[in-house]
Design a protein around this ligand. Sequence first.
Ligand SMILES: CC(C)(COP(=O)(O)OP(=O)(O)OC[C@H]1O[C@@H](n2cnc3c(N)ncnc32)[C@H](O)[C@@H]1OP(=O)(O)O)[C@@H](O)C(=O)NCCC(=O)NCCS
Length: 181
Amino acid sequence: MHHFLPNGKQLVIRQPGIADAAGCLACFQQFTGETDFLLFTHEEAMKMDLKEEEGFIRSYLERPENLLLVADVEGEIVGIFSLNRSRFKKQYHMALMGLAVLHKYWNMGIGRRLLTAGIRWAEKHPQLTTIHFEVLATNERAIQLYRNFNFIEHGRIPKGIRQPNGDWVDLVVMSKNLKSA
Ligand SMILES: CC(C)(COP(=O)(O)OP(=O)(O)OC[C@H]1O[C@@H](n2cnc3c(N)ncnc32)[C@H](O)[C@@H]1OP(=O)(O)O)[C@@H](O)C(=O)NCCC(=O)NCCS
């Protein structure tokens, strides 16, 4: 899918191939250093190498029930979106979502476009009924974005995150039912 950003640059939302491993790894390592809102710390992300990233992308190519999308701005990977179906039969209707965009590209509609593409993909899978995830309660920007897409907040896990500086943060549980209006 091709779009134009407010700065005039062209954005493509697409599934990555193995050749994108270096770009995906660079993006992942950069955004873990820019925000505390992700599960990975920057140190953990910096331990990942190209071979692991290639394996990560390959796992999506081999498991079409899962989805990995990248936001590609004129050859630079600036955002990553993932949906991972539960491996348990009893929860095969559930997909866990992940989303992040490089800081310099925030507020340009890239998160919204990745989410739109991911939800469209999920809606085409009859067995997949629910997208779910947990978001840090302090992550107002992300929570607002998810509300815009009618994700529902179900409650909080108190102290679900302990930041490297020792701060405790609650996690908000959110989901979207794909088969309701
Ligand atoms: C959350 C994130 C993916 C959003 O990406 P983005 O490309 O900036 O998103 P968009 O530009 O499409 O939309 C931004 C939305 O944030 C909301 N927003 C922007 N500034 C905000 C603010 N100061 N307070 C609250 N909400 C705000 C708005 O709803 C806006 O959507 P709208 O303009 O359509 O109303 C991005 O900020 C990010 O990567 N953050 C760090 C990683 C992260 O938190 N990932 C989510 C983990 S659950």
